[in-house]
Design a protein around this ligand. Structure first.
Ligand SMILES: Cc1cc2nc3c(=O)[nH]c(=O)nc-3n(C[C@H](O)[C@H](O)[C@H](O)COP(=O)(O)OP(=O)(O)OC[C@H]3O[C@@H](n4cnc5c(N)ncnc54)[C@H](O)[C@@H]3O)c2cc1C
Length: 427
C-alpha cells in the first residue's frame, strides 16, 4: 500500500505529512535539483491553518509568518471601502497567516524529512508520465542528474506538480497552455515601517490596476521595521502577448511597470518609493485554466494547482492545495488507498473548487473594487455615499462561503482527519 507524490510544493508536502499521519507509506519526487525557498508572500486562510494545526505544525507557522489581523479594500483615492478583522480577531478558531512561500515550503520539507525519513523526498526527479496497470500504477520520472529514466510502482499516484502539470497534460492532452486574461503581476518584498495594524492585508485600486500589500514578518524590535510583501497588477493589451510557458520565477526590471504607478502616493503610503527598495522583482502573468472535467485517471489524482490553478485574487491557491491533501487523506481512511478513495475525493471537492476557479476569474473579492470604481472612479470622502455597507457585507459573505472559510461553518465542522486515525490495512 504505497503512495507516490509528484511535486514537492505545498500540496505535495502536505500530502506526504498526511499520509504519514494516517500510516500510509509515501515518497515525494520533486523536479527541482534542490528545493530552495522560492517565491514571495502567500496567505493561508483559516481553513488551511486548521489543517496545518491538526498536522502539528502550528508552532512552526508562528516562527515564519505573521497572523493577519485585518483585511482592507481601499479605493484609488486612498480611502477605505471596507475593512474587516481576520483570523482569531474575527472569531475564527484558527488564525490566518501571511508567510513567505519558500519558507513555508522549507518548513514542510523539514517536517516530512523528520517524520518520514530523509529518503522520503527525492529531488531532481521530474514526472514525465504514468501508466495504470492491472494492479497499480507506474510513474515514470526523469532523473535530472543524468537524464536516465526511473520507473516507480505504487498503488496511487498523486500529481501535485503545479500549474504546468505533466500528469494533467497526459490526462487532458488537448487542453493546451494555461490561459491568460490580460493581467500582469509584479511581486517582491521590501522592508519598511509597519502600515495600519502592522498585520493588515490591503488591496488598493480597481479591476485594471492594483496594489496589494501585506507584511510577512514580525516587526524588528531593534529597527521598528518589518518585511512586507507587495504586488502591482496591471491590465495589459492582450495583443502584446505573453510568455505562455508561465512560471513563477521570471525576474524583471522595475522600469517595465513602475512608470504606470508614479502617481500612486497617498498620505499614508508611497508605492513607487517602497517598490524601489525591493532587491528583486518577479513577473507573473495572471493565469488559470478552465475547470478540468475530471481530476482522476484510474489510480492517478491531480491535487493543488495541477488540479485547479486559479487567479491569485483570494488567497485560495495554497489554502486549497492544503485542504485537497487533507480531504484525500480522509478518503484514504474511509476507502483504503484505492481508486474509490480518489473518486470520493473528487466527488467531495470538484464542483465547489471548479466554481471557485470561475469566481476568481470574475475577480473574486476584488469585484467590489470594480464596482466602486465604476460608481465614483475610486475617489470618495464617505464610502456610504457610494456603496452601502450591507451591499459589501452581502458580497463578502457569499464569497467566503464559496471559498470554504465561512466562519460559523468552519468553526463547527468536525476535524477532516480524527486525531490518531490510522489506515485499516485490511481494506
Ligand atoms: C517557485 C514557485 C514560486 C511561487 N511563488 C508564489 C508566490 O510568490 N505567491 C503565490 O501566491 N504563489 C506562488 N507560487 C504558487 C503557489 O505555491 C501555489 O499556487 C500553491 O501553493 C499551490 O501549491 P502546489 O503545491 O499545488 O503548487 P506549487 O507550489 O507550484 O508546487 C508544485 C511543485 O511541483 C514541482 N514540479 C513541477 N513539475 C514537476 C514534475 N513534472 N515532476 C515533479 N515535480 C514537479 C515544482 O517544482 C513545485 O515544487 C509559487 C510556486 C512555485 C513553484
Amino acid at each position: 500500500m504505497t503512495v507516490v507524490v509528484a511535486g514537492g510544493g505545498i500540496a505535495g508536502l502536505t500530502m506526504a505529512l498526511t499520509c504519514h499521519e494516517i500510516g500510509v507509506p509515501v515518497r515525494v519526487f520533486e523536479s527541482s535539483r534542490r528545493i530552495l525557498p522560492l517565491g514571495v508572500g502567500i496567505n493561508l486562510l483559516p481553513n488551511a491553518v486548521r489543517e496545518l494545526t491538526d498536522l502539528g505544525v502550528a508552532d512552526r507557522l508562528s516562527e515564519i509568518g505573521i497572523a493577519t489581523q485585518e483585511w482592507a479594500l481601499i479605493g484609488r483615492g486612498g480611502n477605505d471601502i471596507w475593512s474587516e478583522p481576520r483570523g482569531l480577531l474575527a472569531g475564527y478558531r484558527w488564525p490566518q497567516w501571511s508567510v513567505h512561500r519558500g519558507e513555508l515550503q522549507l518548513m514542510l520539507l523539514d517536517e516530512v524529512r523528520r517524520r518520514c525519513g530523509t529518503e522520503a523526498v527525492v529531488e531532481a526527479h521530474r514526472l514525465v508520465g504514468y501508466r495504470n496497470t492491472s494492479s497499480g500504477i507506474t510513474a515514470t520520472f526523469e532523473d535530472r542528474s543524468d537524464g536516465s529514466t526511473v520507473e516507480v510502482d505504487a498503488d496511487i499516484l498523486i500529481a501535485a506538480d503545479g500549474l504546468n502539470s505533466r500528469a494533467r497534460r497526459q490526462l487532458l492532452p488537448d487542453e493546451g497552455a494555461v490561459r491568460w486574461g490580460g493581467m500582469m503581476l509584479w511581486r517582491g518584498t521590501a522592508v519598511g515601517p509597519p502600515i495600519r495594524t502592522g498585520a493588515s492585508f490591503m488591496l488598493v485600486g480597481n479591476l485594471d490596476q492594483r496594489f496589494v500589500h501585506y507584511p510577512i514578518g514580525p516587526i524588528d524590535p531593534g529597527t521598528g521595521l518589518q518585511r512586507q510583501n507587495w504586488l502591482l497588477e496591471l491590465k495589459l493589451d492582450a495583443a502584446v502577448g505573453w510568455n505562455s510557458s508561465a512560471g513563477w520565477n521570471r525576474e524583471v526590471d522595475k522600469s517595465i511597470f513602475l512608470p504606470h504607478f508614479t502617481e500612486w502616493v497617498w498620505e499614508w503610503f508611497d508605492v513607487p518609493a517602497f517598490v524601489e527598495r525591493a532587491d528583486t522583482v518577479w513577473e507573473f502573468p495572471m493565469v488559470d485554466r478552465d475547470p478540468a472535467p475530471t481530476w482522476l485517471d484510474g489510480r492517478m489524482a491531480l491535487i493543488g494547482d495541477a488540479a485547479h490553478v486559479m487567479y491569485p485574487v483570494g488567497s485560495n491557491g495554497a489554502s486549497q492545495a492544503i485542504v485537497d491533501a487533507r480531504v484525500l487523506g480522509a478518503q484514504f481512511l474511509r476507502h483504503g488507498v484505492t481508486p474509490d478513495a480518489l473518486a470520493a475525493f473528487e466527488e467531495q471537492l470538484h464542483d465547489d473548487v471548479s466554481a471557485l476557479v470561475l469566481r476568481n476569474r470574475g475577480h473574486g473579492p476584488m469585484a467590489i473594487l470594480g464596482e466602486v470604481d465604476e460608481r465614483c472612479g475610486g475617489y470618495f470622502d464617505n464610502i456610504d455615499d457610494v456603496m452601502p455597507r450591507r451591499e459589501v457585507e452581502h458580497f463578502m459573505s457569499r464569497y467566503k462561503e464559496a471559498a470554504g472559510f465561512a466562519m460559523e461553518a468552519l468553526n463547527a465542522a468536525p476535524r477532516t482527519i480524527a486525531p490518531g486515525a490510522r489506515i485499516d490495512r485490511s481494506v
